[in-house]
Design a protein around this ligand. Structure first.
Ligand SMILES: NC(=O)c1ccc[n+]([C@@H]2O[C@H](COP(=O)([O-])OP(=O)(O)OC[C@H]3O[C@@H](n4cnc5c(N)ncnc54)[C@H](OP(=O)(O)O)[C@@H]3O)[C@@H](O)[C@H]2O)c1
Length: 324
């Protein structure tokens, strides 16, 4: 086994972060996860080597304290939406560009050299990129690559897993709607499992030959689906067969605009529609060398059924107050 390391996982409370922290804890590494609200990271409490710290990572002094004494930093901070702006809105600028800049500066100042930065597939494919999300992710990559740190850049395609916000949303929609008009229906995706993303992060952390340093990798699965196929697959898993049809760009933008007006995080924003102008599949990028891949077509059906269909155990779960 490799040496036990101190690892700061920014965004460790999120979907991918949880999988990363699980694997880090299994390997015995000491983990620190900052969170805006302790409550949001409580699911990490069972991990014996994980410390949850309520902190504002955008505060320079706090960030300095967080990086001090760490061997590795994993940056999973990411947002999906922002108000419009040029070249991107403020939420993207703050979280995808200014934060990595501040993080690299804090790491350099406190002598922490190793960073694993989670970017996104699609960065670098088109210049300028078609969406604010991708343009801000591109600039975030540049900031990290221009630093003097030992960086590794990981670019996942859309990520699936039991708690994803992707197939689970389609499953919920299919349970509600007999007809689903879909923006970007023909856009192609090469989804990667959350477990495989976490394995890649682990491989970078435990990389004795430092082969992953100063390298950029695409993280994709072995299967390619259109968005429409993914919606249909999620619907079938929950026993539904809605009519799914693509809508033209102008209608997609209007639909997304209306969703942005609703309270809370929009299901789909106009910027998400723009992101789908380029396929989310690997083209010329270097694939991360994982020995095998989890297949969406094998595992998604099972976890969607388990999450969205009633089970014989529900009565017991309800009585024990253990239902989602
Ligand atoms: N999921 C995917 O399909 C996918 C695909 C490609 C790339 N990625 C990238 O992978 C990374 C992780 O994605 P994810 O799906 O795990 O995201 P996630 O579940 O939304 O988690 C993101 C984390 O970032 C923190 N965060 C969000 N907004 C913040 C803010 N304004 N200030 C401080 N912290 C904030 C949250 O921590 P607290 O709430 O605890 O503060 C949360 O734990 C992101 O960079 C994303 O762009 C994801």
């Amino acid at each position: 086994m490799s040496k036990i390391k101190n690892v700061l996982v920014i965004g460790g409370s999120g979907f991918i972060g949880q999988a990363v922290c699980n694997q880090l804890a299994q390997a015995g590494h000491r983990i620190t996860v900052p969170t805006r609200r302790y409550e949001k990271a409580k699911h990490l409490l069972p991990l014996p080597t994980c410390q949850i710290v309520e902190a504002n990572i955008h505060d320079r002094a706090t960030l300095g304290r967080l990086v001090t004494g760490q061997d590795v930093v994993v940056n999973l901070l990411g947002v999906l939406h922002s108000k419009p702006g040029k070249p991107y809105g403020q939420n993207f600028r703050v979280n995808h560009v200014e934060f990595p800049k501040a993080l690299c500066a804090a790491m350099s100042k406190h002598g922490v050299k190793r960073i694993i930065h989670i970017s996104a597939l699609g960065v670098g494919v088109q210049n300028p990129a078609p969406s604010m999300y991708l343009r801000s992710k591109t600039d975030g990559e540049t900031v990290v690559k221009d630093s003097s740190l030992a960086w590794t850049m990981l670019r996942p395609s859309v990520v699936f897993g039991r708690d994803d916000n992707f197939l689970n949303t389609f499953a919920k929609l299919a349970k509600l709607l007999p007809v689903i008009p879909l923006a970007g229906a023909d856009a192609r995706f090469q989804p990667v499992s959350v477990g495989d993303v976490a394995k890649a992060v682990m491989a970078c952390i435990e990389d004795p030959g430092k082969e992953t340093v100063h390298n950029t990798y695409d993280l994709v699965g072995t299967e390619i689906f259109t968005l429409k196929e993914l919606v249909q697959l999620s619907a079938r898993a929950v026993g539904k067969n809605p009519l799914v049809f693509g809508i033209p760009d102008a209608a997609a933008k209007l639909q997304a605009f209306l969703m942005e007006l609703a309270p809370g995080e929009p299901l789909m924003s106009r910027d998400n529609v723009d992101s789908m102008k380029i396929d989310n599949i690997r083209t010329s990028g270097r694939p991360f060398p994982l020995p095998n891949h989890e297949c969406l077509s094998v595992v998604a059906h099972e976890y969607l059924r388990a999450k969205h269909l009633p089970s014989d155990l529900d009565e017991f779960r309800t009585r024990a107050h253990r239902r989602d």
